[in-house]
Design a protein around this ligand. Structure first.
Ligand SMILES: [Zn+2]
Length: 253
């Protein structure tokens, strides 16, 4: 780290539990963020400001006026532009030292698998079950830690699946793909703006702890947040021995 970096990250360096080594690990890390919407916005802002050295942000949508109420990485003048490019511009303005790679595409399973292999930590900030399950499958196969977030109306949730560990549950252990799950769209359901900020920020926090090797992560736990009642609820996650995703992959390995 040079003198400018020591100043920029001085409030991390002052933390006994963080310090220079953790900051160096952060600067050397590559985070993959799928989705630059409400969850991705706050996750990306904190990953960039904290000094995650390389950030890939993947989103195939364009910024719409209805996004600006909660997708705080985008600006009024970005309406109509690709979200990935808009987010990358904001992140570079906050921290020009880091490398931000915008991907203006909706990545399918094969593309996600290739992207996941290059990352140290993966943040699921997507809004549909097809992407969530494809991303989970890719993380299980590549043994990468997955930080999963979701938020709709006043209800949020965040979970960490540290798939570097062989006994870790995966997203499919919790929400099996063949279960009757229907995508609940923000477009019709509404979403309380600060809720996705809280969940996205929580995702950034867990991702940073995972790559910096700081503290105890949320691995193996699901946090549920009720924004109307301002209430957190924690659920312990267990691996499903019959899980079609992590069971098979590990048995074959
Ligand atoms: Zn599983």
């Amino acid at each position: 780290m040079d003198d400018q970096q020591r100043l920029r990250y001085s409030r991390h360096l002052l933390l006994n539990e963080f310090g220079e080594e953790a900051q160096e690990r952060l600067l050397a890390a590559h985070a993959l963020v799928i989705g630059a919407g409400g969850l991705g916005s706050c996750a990306l802002l904190y990953l960039a400001s904290s000094g995650v050295g390389r950030i890939t942000v993947c989103d195939g949508d364009r910024v719409d006026l209805t996004n600006l109420q909660r997708q705080v990485v985008h600006r009024q003048e970005s309406v109509g532009r690709p979200k990935a490019a808009s987010a990358a511009e904001t992140l570079r303005a906050i921290n020009p030292e880091i490398h931000v790679e915008p991907l203006e595409e909706r990545a399918g399973p094969e593309r996600l698998a290739a992207l996941v292999r290059t990352a140290d930590v993966v943040l699921d900030c997507s809004d549909n079950f097809a992407t969530r399950h494809a991303l989970n499958r890719a993380c299980v196969a590549a043994r990468k830690p997955l930080v999963s977030g979701a938020g709709i109306r006043f209800d949020g949730q965040v979970a960490v699946f540290d798939l570097r560990r062989s006994d870790a549950p995966c997203y499919n252990c919790l929400f099996a793909e063949d279960a009757d799950a229907e995508d609940v769209r923000c477009a019709v359901m509404g979403v309380f703006a600060p809720l996705v900020g809280i969940v996205g920020t929580f995702q950034a926090m867990e991702a940073i702890k995972l790559v910096a090797g700081v503290g105890e992560t949320l691995a193996g736990r699901l946090m549920l947040f009720d924004a109307l009642a301002s209430h957190w609820h924690e659920v312990r996650l267990a691996r499903d021995p019959h899980c079609r995703v992590c069971g098979q992959t590990r048995a074959a390995a």
